[in-house]
Design a protein around this ligand. Structure first.
Ligand SMILES: [Zn+2]
Length: 188
């Protein structure tokens, strides 16, 4: 439920997604745990992801870097590809967890007008969950490639972004990738 202010209530995170028995906050916790497994010796930037499928299964992913930089794979794509390679064909929700503090310190340095959510702290005050454009800017979001891959299997998926300080931002695959490219799949 999104109010006129563009903010959602905190309890949304604790509501079951579909009939899976899994909540968005459960999925965030999986993404945070996945982040610990990241292999990021080159950037030092660890990201965790977790994908929820209609049967209630959760697949974790973490970024896996390579000394040959372009071969690096993102946490979101690792998680989706793990799910699909295990036979899943649909994604209900995706959680992404990363340290977003660098985004806030940069915006704070630009002044209060450039940091719409900063005054409330990460992701807003306790019990609030961001969902507006301003909040999105304060979280680590999936890259363009990952947005397309998430969209392939979950055009209606909920996407929840999490920082390491309890901040959450609930958005969606469609919102992250308006007009996403689709082919009519002949076999799924
Ligand atoms: Zn990515």
């Amino acid at each position: 439920m999104t109010g006129p202010s563009g903010r959602t209530q905190g309890e949304d995170l604790h509501r079951e997604v579909g009939d899976t028995g899994v909540t968005l906050e459960d999925l965030v916790q999986e993404a945070l745990a996945a982040r610990e497994m990241a292999y990021a010796p080159h950037s030092g930037f660890k990201v965790g992801a977790a994908v929820l499928t209609p049967g209630g299964r959760v697949y974790r992913g973490a970024n896996v870097e390579s000394a040959s930089y372009p071969l690096t794979n993102c946490a979101e794509r690792v998680a989706v590809q793990k799910a699909v390679s295990e036979g899943e064909r649909s994604v209900l929700a995706v959680a992404v967890a990363a340290d977003a503090s660098y985004l806030r310190s940069k915006r704070a340095a630009q002044g209060p007008a450039a940091a719409p959510g900063a005054a409330r702290g990460p992701g807003g005050a306790a019990g609030e969950v961001g969902s507006g454009e301003a909040e999105l800017d304060l979280f680590v979001t999936p890259c363009g490639a990952c947005r397309q891959v998430i969209f392939e299997f979950g055009p209606d998926a909920v996407v929840v972004l999490a920082d390491l300080e309890g901040g959450r931002c609930v958005t969606s695959a469609r919102r992250l990738l308006p007009g996403g490219f689709r082919l009519e799949a002949t076999e799924r």
